[in-house]
Design a binder for this molecule. Structure first.
Ligand code: RFL
Ligand code: PHB
Length: 394
C-alpha cells in the first residue's frame, strides 16, 4: 500500500469539497480531494441553479467568479403565483440584493479547472474510501485508486461526500443526533432546450400541484412538477410533461412556458435532514453530508458554501496561530445558519405544495398565507431576505 501525507484529506468533489480545497489553498494549506466518480460525471451532474448573493460574493472574493460574473443570470426577484395569477416579489426593492442563476455543474467545472491550474491534487474514481483513527491527531484515509490501494495521513478529514457518502457513518454509534422530515411528494424535473420565455423564476401554487419555471442559460430552461414520491418517470411522455406544465404554469395574462426538446428528466425526493454535531475528533462534515433541505428554497449548494467558509477559516486559524477555538465551535456556528435554512425551506415547501388529504382548515390557512405573502411588504421582505441569503455570520 502506497502512503501519502497531506494537511487536509477531503472526501468528495462536489461544491463543498472543491471550494474547501480552494479556500485552503488560498491560505497556503495543502489538501487532497478524493472523489468516487469520474471528472466528467461530476462536471455534467445537473442539480442546483440558484446562488445566493452571499455565495456569489464568496466565489468572487476567492477569485473563482470570473465566468460566473460574465455568464450568470442576475435575478432581482421571483414571481409567486396562485392558480395562474402571479405577483412579483422584488428582492432588489425589499433587500437591495439579488440572486444569480448559474448551474451547479458550471461552479464545479470552474472549481476543478482552478484547482488543477493551481497544482491541486484531485483524485477521481476512488473506490472503497474508508476513514481511520479519526479520534487521534493523525487520521488516515484508505482507498483503492487506479494504481492500487493508497493510504493518506492527514491532520484533518473533511467529509464533503454528500448525503450518500461514507463520512457520516464513520462517527461512532450514539454520537450523532438525527433530525429529519420527509414530504409526501417529489419533484419531476426536466431540462429543456428552449430559450427562457421570462426573465425570472416562477413558483406556482396550483390546484393540480406545485410547478416551478427556472432556467440555466439563454438557451436552456429547467422546469419542475410536484409528483408522487415513487413516480415512474417512464409514465411521463414528452406530451404529458408539457401538457401538465402548461396547465399548472400558464398565467391569466396568457403567458405559457416555451416548449423545446427535453434533454434530461428525473424524479427527486424531498427531505429535510440534519445530523448533529458536524464534528467528531478530527473529522468535520460539510454540505449535504450533514444536512439536506427540500429544493423549494434553493438553499442546498449555498449552505455547503457557508459550511466550508467557516471550516477553512477555522483550519487556517489552527495552522496560523495554533488557535483551535474556531474548530471547536465549527459545528455550533454552522448549525445556526443550517437551522434557519431548514426553517425557510420547510416553510416555502409547505406554502407552495398541495397536500393530499389536507383538512379544509389547512387548505384555507394555506391560501390565506399565500395571499398574505404576495400582498404584505413585511411578509414578502421575510421571504426575500431568506431567499437572497442571510449574512454568513447569521
Ligand atoms: P454533493 O454535490 O452531493 O457532492 C458530494 C460528492 O461526494 C462524492 N462521494 C464520494 N466520494 C468519495 N468516496 C465516497 N464514498 C463518496 N460518496 C460520495 C459524490 O460523488 C459527490 O461528487 O454534495 P455537496 O458538495 O455537499 O453539495 C451539495 C449540493 O450538491 C446540493 O445541496 C444541491 O445540489 C441541492 N440543490 C440546490 N441547492 C441550491 O443551493 N440551489 C438550488 O437551486 C438547488 N436545487 C438541488 C436543487 C438539488 C437537487 N437534487 C437533484 C437533489 C435541485 C435538485 C433537483
Ligand atoms: C433550479 O433551477 O434547478 C432550481 C431553482 C429554484 C429552486 C430549485 C431548483 O428553488
Amino acid at each position: 500500500m502506497a502512503c501519502f501525507k497531506t494537511q487536509v484529506g477531503i472526501v468528495g468533489a462536489g461544491p463543498a469539497g472543491l471550494m474547501l480545497s480552494h479556500l485552503l489553498h488560498l491560505t497556503g494549506i495543502e489538501s487532497i480531494v478524493l472523489e468516487a466518480r469520474s471528472r466528467a460525471y461530476c462536471e455534467e451532474r445537473v442539480r442546483a441553479g440558484v446562488l445566493e448573493h452571499t455565495s456569489v460574493q464568496m466565489l468572487c472574493e476567492a477569485g473563482v467568479g470570473e465566468r460566473l460574473s460574465r455568464e450568470g443570470l442576475r435575478h432581482g426577484g421571483i414571481d409567486l403565483g396562485v392558480n395562474g395569477l402571479r405577483q412579483r416579489i422584488s428582492f432588489i426593492d425589499l433587500t437591495g440584493k439579488c440572486v444569480t442563476v448559474y448551474g451547479q455543474q458550471e461552479v464545479v467545472k470552474d472549481l476543478i479547472a482552478r484547482r488543477l491550474a493551481d497544482g491541486g491534487e484531485l483524485r477521481f474514481e476512488c473506490r472503497h474510501v474508508s476513514l481511520h483513527e479519526i479520534e487521534g491527531p493523525q487520521p488516515r484515509i484508505r482507498m483503492d485508486g487506479n494504481a492500487g490501494a493508497d493510504e493518506i495521513r492527514c491532520d484533518f478529514i473533511a467529509g464533503c461526500d454528500g448525503f450518500h457518502g461514507i463520512s457520516r457513518s464513520a462517527f461512532p454509534p450514539g454520537v450523532l443526533s438525527i433530525y429529519e422530515h420527509t414530504y409526501p411528494f417529489a419533484w419531476l424535473g426536466i431540462l429543456a432546450e428552449a430559450p427562457p420565455s421570462r426573465n425570472e423564476l416562477l413558483y406556482m401554487h396550483h390546484e393540480r400541484g406545485f410547478a416551478l419555471y427556472s432556467m440555466r442559460s439563454p438557451r436552456i430552461t429547467r422546469l419542475y412538477l410536484q409528483c408522487r414520491p415513487g413516480e415512474d418517470i417512464d409514465e411521463w411522455s414528452y406530451d404529458r410533461i408539457w401538457s401538465e406544465l402548461h396547465s399548472r404554469l400558464g398565467c391569466s395574462d396568457g403567458w405559457r412556458p416555451t416548449e423545446g426538446p427535453i434533454l434530461q428528466k428525473g424524479v427527486t425526493g424531498m427531505r429535510s435532514f440534519v445530523a448533529e454535531p458536524l464534528q467528531y475528533g478530527r473529522l468535520y462534515l460539510a454540505g449535504d453530508a450533514a444536512h439536506i433541505v427540500p429544493p423549494t428554497g434553493a438553499k442546498g449548494m449555498n449552505l455547503a458554501f457557508a459550511d466550508v467558509f467557516h471550516l477553512s477559516d477555522a483550519i487556517a486559524a489552527f495552522y496560523r496561530r495554533n488557535d483551535e477555538s474556531k474548530l471547536s465551535t465549527y459545528s455550533q456556528t454552522c448549525l445556526r445558519r443550517i437551522w434557519k435554512a431548514q426553517r425557510f425551506s420547510w416553510w416555502m415547501t409547505a406554502l407552495l405544495h398541495r397536500f393530499e388529504n389536507e383538512s379544509g382548515f389547512d387548505r384555507k390557512r394555506q391560501l390565506a398565507e399565500l395571499e398574505y405573502v404576495t400582498t404584505s411588504r413585511a411578509a414578502a421582505t421575510s421571504l426575500a431576505e431568506n431567499y437572497v441569503g442571510l449574512p454568513l455570520q447569521a
